[in-house]
Structure formats: structure tokens, C-alpha cells
Design a protein around this ligand. Structure first.
Ligand code: GDP
Length: 375
């Protein structure tokens, strides 16, 4: 537009002797990039030191706890470095909570239940952190469990801290991060930790490996297949509660309770010596909630007395050490550029039966060894 004006302008006629109009220039950017960079740099400098994070967490400062959790969730190496230092310093102050896993298919009433149970817990003056492991969140970009607007009362409760699932990474990665977040929450004085997951896939095995008590929520009359609950998940449960036992569903819930109790009797005896219980509740009406609370307390007393509690925690610590090693080794291997190039080739040869699966794997592992030795 400026150029057109330039040509058509009377003042630019060679005959014209008055003032000429110069061609316009692009306006300068309204934001001074240098000052933005300086601002961000200064802002960055204001991030807390490891000691400040740890102090804040130990003082139960939720804002600082949240910031530290964000560092744990971050995949940036410098964030991870700080996060690991914070975790290490919080570790001696961790462990003093009841860790409860809660699972069940979408719609069973997990959020409603957590709200009801959560309020029950905080009404006793206990602090509760609600975490989630939701491996679907990465795929769908919208976490089912992240949508905690339904837990309105609990969200506003100063004794409760609700954190949606870390979204990035593999299930193993998300689970490891959640375990680290448990440490931070415990150091911040949370006496109860809920870890929620959708009971449809692998994630409950991961949750089971980080909790003291595993609660399965079910519905009456929906049939196991419909509920997508595998036998293995039922076997992991320390208690099953049939939710939505209200209105004209009460009777059905009572029948389901007997059926599940009978089914559980057929399972092998548990290592803990605890006989899994089946209960009914209405998360909506907040009935049957105190019975579940009592069951959890009973379980804790029993397993602490017979040492199973500590045994399970020790086993979990070992498990997570090996899991972390395995994950790191796997990632290093698959993320290696040379290896990832050769993988497709090896796959092709295996499919054409030019190499056996084992020989192909061996060759790749040997190559990886070689690469590492050369570095
Ligand atoms: P989630 O997907 O497992 O977290 O389930 P929600 O907590 O979101 O509950 C799913 C639906 O079931 C919602 O409409 C709830 O209001 C309803 N609901 C949850 N608990 C109960 C209950 O105890 N009784 C009845 N009648 N409805 C419930």
C-alpha cells in the first residue's frame, strides 16, 4: 500500500519541486525482544533454591509443593536435576502416610467417591493428597482424571491437595513420577494419599505397586465383562465396594456384594493374611463411607502388626529401583540414533526369516555395547 501511494503521489512527479514523500518502512516491533529476554532471565533467577523448595514443602506450603511437583513432572534435564535433589532431601520425611489406590471403570463414581471419602478424612483433621495415574491422558490430550471440577468441595478444602495425572510419557514414566510425588506430599505432611486410576488397563498394576491398600469400585448388576474388570485386578483388591447403593439399586447392590464375596473366597489366600472385604456404599449420598474408612484402618492395624505393611513397602521400593533401571536402560537403547536406524532393518530380516528374533536382538545389543564402549 505504501509503495502504491509512493508511485501515485503527486509530490513524486519528477516535475514537482515541493517536498517528496519517502517510501515507508516497516514499523518496529512493539515489543522489545531484548527486554523480554532480560525479563525472562531475571524471572528465572527468582526460582527457588533446592533448600527453599525443601523448606517450603516441609512447612506444608502448597504453592511450593505444586512447583516442586511441576519440576518432577518436567522432562527437562535441568528441572529433573533439581527435582531429584528435592526428592532426596524429602525422603527422610516421607513414608508416614496411608497410601490408598482407587480404581474402577469410568462412570463407576470414582470422583464422587473420592470427594465423599476425602471429606470424611479431612473432617477428622487429616490431610489428604489426591493423585492420579491416567495413561490415556497423553493420547486424548484431555485427561479423564484431570477433570477434577466435580470434586468441588474437596478442591476448596484447605486440608486437601488435588493433582491431576502427569500427562507426558509412558505408563512407567508417569508411574515413577507419581511415586516421587508421593514422597513430596508425605514430606509436606499429607497423612493420606489417594492414587486414582481407571480400571481398564495396565495402570492398576502400577498403582498397586505403590499403595498400601487397593480399593476397587464396582457397580451392581453390570457384569464383570461390562465393567472391564479383569480377574487379576479383583485379585489385587484389598476391598471391593459396590457403589451407587442407593434408591432402587440398594437390593441389587446387596446381592452383588454376596456374589463378589463368594467369588473372592475362591481366590488363593493373600500374603498379608487379610481377607479382602466387599462393601456397599453410595458416594452420592455419602452412605457406607465410614465403613470403608474403618476397613482401611483395620487393614492398617493388622498389616502393621504382622509386619506385612513394612514388607510390602520394602518390596515396592526394590521394585521401583529395578523399574527405574529397566526404564533408563530401555530408553537409552531405543533412543540411540544408530540403534533406532538399525531396528527397522533388523525387523525386516526377522520377518523375511533371514535372522532369528534372538540373533537379531543379540546383534543389536552387541552393537549397542560397541557404541557405548566407543563413547
Ligand atoms: P468416575 O468416572 O468413576 O470418576 O465417576 P463419577 O464420579 O464422575 O460419577 C459418574 C456418574 O455417576 C455421575 O453422574 C455421578 O453423579 C454418578 N454417581 C457417582 N456416585 C454415585 C452414587 O453413589 N449413586 C448414584 N446414584 N450416582 C452416583
Amino acid at each position: 500500500m505504501i509503495a502504491d501511494q509512493h508511485h501515485s503521489h503527486i509530490e513524486n512527479d519528477p516535475e514537482y519541486t515541493g517536498l517528496t514523500v519517502n517510501q515507508g518502512i516497516e514499523p518496529p516491533p512493539s515489543v522489545n525482544e531484548d527486554s523480554v529476554k532480560r525479563f525472562l532471565k531475571n524471572k528465572k533467577k527468582k526460582t527457588l533454591s533446592v533448600v527453599q523448595y525443601v523448606e517450603g514443602i516441609l512447612n506444608g506450603d502448597i504453592t511450593i509443593l505444586s512447583q516442586a511437583v511441576t519440576l518432577v513432572e518436567s522432562s527437562k534435564p535441568d528441572h529433573q536435576e533439581i527435582a531429584q535433589e528435592i526428592i532426596l532431601k524429602c525422603l527422610p520425611f516421607s513414608g508416614n502416610s496411608v497410601r490408598i489406590g482407587i480404581t474402577g471403570v469410568p462412570g463407576v463414581g470414582k470422583s464422587t467417591f473420592i470427594e465423599a471419602m476425602g471429606k470424611h478424612i479431612t473432617s477428622k483433621g487429616e490431610k489428604l493428597a489426591v493423585l492420579a495415574i491416567d495413561p490415556s491422558s497423553e493420547r486424548t490430550k484431555g485427561s479423564i482424571l484431570g477433570d477434577k471440577t466435580r470434586m468441588e468441595e474437596l478442591s476448596a478444602d484447605p486440608l486437601a491437595y488435588i493433582r491431576p495425572s502427569p500427562s507426558a510419557g509412558s505408563l512407567g514414566g508417569v508411574a515413577r513420577k507419581t511415586r516421587e510425588i508421593i514422597i513430596l506430599c508425605e514430606a509436606a505432611g499429607f497423612s493420606h494419599i489417594f492414587i486414582e486410576t481407571v480400571g481398564v488397563g495396565q495402570s492398576e498394576t502400577a498403582v498397586h505397586s505403590m499403595v498400601d491398600f487397593f480399593l476397587l469400585l464396582m457397580l451392581a448388576g453390570a457384569g464383570d465383562e461390562l465393567q472391564g474388570i479383569k480377574r487379576g485386578i479383583m485379585e489385587m483388591a484389598d476391598a471391593i465396594t459396590i457403589n451407587k447403593a442407593d434408591g432402587n439399586n440398594i437390593e441389587k447392590a446387596g446381592l452383588a456384594r454376596i456374589q463378589y464375596q463368594n467369588a473372592l473366597h475362591l481366590f488363593p489366600a493373600t500374603e498379608s493374611g487379610w481377607v479382602p472385604k466387599v462393601l456397599t456404599c453410595s458416594a452420592y449420598l455419602k452412605t457406607g463411607i465410614s465403613e470403608i474408612w474403618e476397613t482401611i484402618n483395620e487393614y492398617m492395624l493388622k498389616t502393621k502388626a504382622n509386619n506385612y505393611f513394612q514388607h510390602r513397602r520394602n518390596e515396592q521400593s526394590k521394585f521401583w529401583m529395578y523399574e527405574t533401571i529397566n526404564e533408563q536402560l530401555r530408553n537409552d537403547f531405543y533412543q540411540n540414533e544408530v540403534i533406532s536406524e538399525k531396528l527397522g532393518e533388523a525387523e525386516g530380516k526377522v520377518l523375511k526369516e533371514e535372522l532369528s528374533s534372538f540373533v537379531a536382538a543379540r546383534k543389536l545389543l552387541d552393537l549397542y555395547d560397541q557404541i557405548r564402549k566407543n563413547n
